[in-house]
Ligand binder design. Structure first.
Ligand code: PEP
Length: 258
């Protein structure tokens, strides 16, 4: 069964940038505008604060239509896994989306494609929507391996995945070398990467499930370039880091949709 309707999706990744109090204040400010401008009819907004801020942000968002996401998840439901957080606990907190395989986790924490795959499967099994992050490094790009890396990360990350009725999987194409650089790739490149993702999805999922997938672009998206990714590149949305950390700037980005 396709998930309907499909509004542009904006996922905000706050990373480790905000305190609990700052996260709640930002969530409240976004909520005010989202509700006042009836943005719920124009875009789907997901906020991903750090783990300790999830509960406070969940309270701040209650009843607003803004969704709660986590920045990571572990693949076991419970047990001796020091420091990890299970899909079940995230759900208990009101989380519905979870980032999986962000390049910073791959780069700094040694997260492998195999670990990413287990996380995707665990998220789906728990009824969470995984946002699988894929993308090439600068050296992979300059050595002409961009499309191979994208396809490989999608293939491994989603290997063995199947969607329950009404369930969705999101793939975020994020060229690693532009994240946080202030220099986004041209929309045509994002569109080309999205084609590679879609072609790979065709190998992995039954045709009936393809309408339940969304492809996002992430990497230095800001209020001045957002429209080109969602309208010109025909992507289903964006993953935003730096430009989502300050209420005024993020609201001006969101207002491009209304
Ligand atoms: C990210 O880290 O997922 C991201 C897209 O960051 P930024 O928007 O700051 O490039």
């Amino acid at each position: 069964m396709p998930v309907q309707p499909s509004l542009p999706l904006v996922v905000a990744n706050w990373k480790m940038n905000l305190s609990q109090a700052e996260s709640v204040l930002l969530a409240r400010a976004l909520r005010r505008t989202y509700v006042a401008d009836k943005m719920v009819t124009r875009l789907e907004l997901v906020l991903c604060p750090s783990f300790p801020a999830l509960a406070g942000v969940a309270t701040a968002l209650k009843g607003s239509g803004i969704k709660l996401g986590a920045q990571d998840v572990f693949w076991k439901t419970a047990g001796p896994y020091t420091g990890e957080v299970s899909p079940e606990v995230l759900k208990e907190l009101g989380v519905t989306y979870v980032l999986v395989g962000h390049s910073e986790r791959r780069q700094y924490l040694g997260e492998t494609d195999a670990m990413v795959q287990q996380k995707v499967l665990a998220a789906l099994a728990a009824g969470l929507t995984p946002v699988l992050c894929v993308g090439e490094t600068y050296s992979e790009r300059t050595s002409g391996r961009r499309e191979i890396v994208i396809a490989q990360e999608v293939r491994t990350g989603l290997s063995g995945a199947s969607l329950a009725a009404g369930q969705r999987v999101v793939i975020a194409y994020e060229p690693v070398w532009v994240i946080g650089s202030g220099q986004a790739v041209p929309p045509s490149e994002a569109q080309q990467a999205s084609r590679v993702v879609r072609e790979t999805l065709l190998e992995l999922l039954p045709a009936s499930e393809l309408s339940n997938t969304a492809v996002l672009y992430g990497g230095s998206v800001d209020p001045s370039n957002i429209t080109s990714y969602v309208q010109e590149s025909k992507l289903q949305g964006v993953l935003v880091g730096g430009a989502s950390l300050e209420a005024k700037r993020f609201i001006s980005l969101l207002k491009r949709f209304i």
